[in-house]
Design a protein around this ligand. Structure first.
Ligand code: PLV
Length: 327
């Protein structure tokens, strides 16, 4: 973890590295920059928005944070709470593994396991948040979270020589998407296309865009549990419609193959949630979108947001592959 927060002065996140990836560039046929959010404190971009929301809540007198999470938002809340000297309770569904529960506890959070998917854990967190002095830290649906996540684009503006041809990211409930879109507007890049990756079985944005209204998936069946919000935030659908976000759904097997390839290529282990966006490049979806004319045939560069995630152990990869018929 970073010794000292820097970047947006006094924030808990770091200015993350932007690196060109030769392997991803080769796979995509376009220059690919990785925005390495996996090296943030607690292993994902979540600390940007959640750190900011927690700081603002603390200023207003919050005495106890409560966060429902697939894991990573909870880790960010626990980290921020610790920095702020406040207690945190994190409610996770049973699909969140024991290793993640241990990490949350090691950061000082009290952990409650409730329900099978995040939406059920979220109901319980909302009940707990009724207690005096307790504040709910939503994992993706809050304007301050989006404002915090937008810092990622300000950093891109600083470090890239020119405007990228597209930004690629994963979508769960859509907090990252809303933040990146806000950031693109803020830095004067509103015309940069955004490609939003989800896995089948966690494709709540895709379903909503198809239907033209919010849709709740009956269940989360994807292995990318951290993309598993049954419904995206209302603002996220609106912003995806306004900005013409390109929604692309990938197979679980493509996401897991991408995780493994990325581990070999860049020596970085990320969650299936992040494998989804990497699969846009490794599995040829970006090239297809270009062929179909949905993206320009020639892109100067693309930025892939390596959202990261701490909810995966190296030892789980063989089992994931077996489950998906890849080994
Ligand atoms: N994960 C949320 C929601 O889970 C959480 O509680 O941690 N990549 C990673 C590694 C993530 O952990 C998440 C969200 C996303 C991408 C998607 O971000 P979002 O929700 O802002 O679209 C159920």
């Amino acid at each position: 973890m970073a010794a000292r927060p820097h970047g947006d002065g006094g924030r808990f996140h770091i200015v993350s590295p932007v690196l060109e990836s030769l392997a991803l560039s080769r796979a995509a046929g376009t220059k690919v920059y990785m925005k390495l959010e996996n090296v943030q404190p607690t292993g994902s971009f979540k600390i940007r928005g959640i750190g900011y929301l927690c700081q603002e809540a603390a200023k207003k007198g919050c005495r106890h944070f409560v966060c429902s999470s697939g894991g990573n938002a909870g880790l960010a809340t626990a980290y921020a709470a610790r920095k702020l000297g406040l207690p945190a309770t994190v409610v996770v569904p049973s699909s969140t593994g024991p290793a993640m529960v241990r990490k949350l506890q090691e950061l000082g959070a009290e952990v409650e396991v409730c329900g099978q998917v995040w939406d059920e854990a979220n109901k319980r967190a909302q009940e707990l948040a009724q207690a005096e002095g307790w504040v709910s830290i939503h994992p993706f649906d809050h304007p301050l979270i989006w404002q915090g996540h937008a810092s990622l684009v300000r950093e891109l503006r600083e470090s890239l020589e020119s405007k990228p041809g597209a930004v690629l990211l994963s979508v769960g409930g859509g907090g990252l998407l809303a933040g990146v879109v806000a950031g693109l507007r803020e830095v004067g890049w509103p015309d940069v296309p955004v490609v939003a990756a989800e896995t089948w079985g966690a494709h709540s944005l895709h379903a909503a865009l198809e239907a033209g209204r919010l849709v709740s998936l009956p269940d989360i069946t994807s292995v990318a549990k951290c993309l598993g919000a049954k419904t995206v935030a209302a603002r996220v659908l609106q912003c995806a419609q306004e900005c013409g976000v390109i929604s692309q759904v990938v197979e679980d097997a493509e996401a897991v193959r991408a995780m493994e390839q990325f581990l070999d290529d860049e020596r970085l282990l990320v969650e299936p949630a992040c494998g989804a966006v990497l699969a846009l490049l490794y599995a040829g979806h970006l090239r297809r979108l270009q062929r179909e004319g949905r993206l320009a045939a020639a892109l100067a560069s693309v930025v892939v947001v390596v959202c990261g995630g701490s909810g995966v152990q190296a030892a789980e990869l063989p089992a994931l592959k077996r489950q998906l018929g890849l080994a």
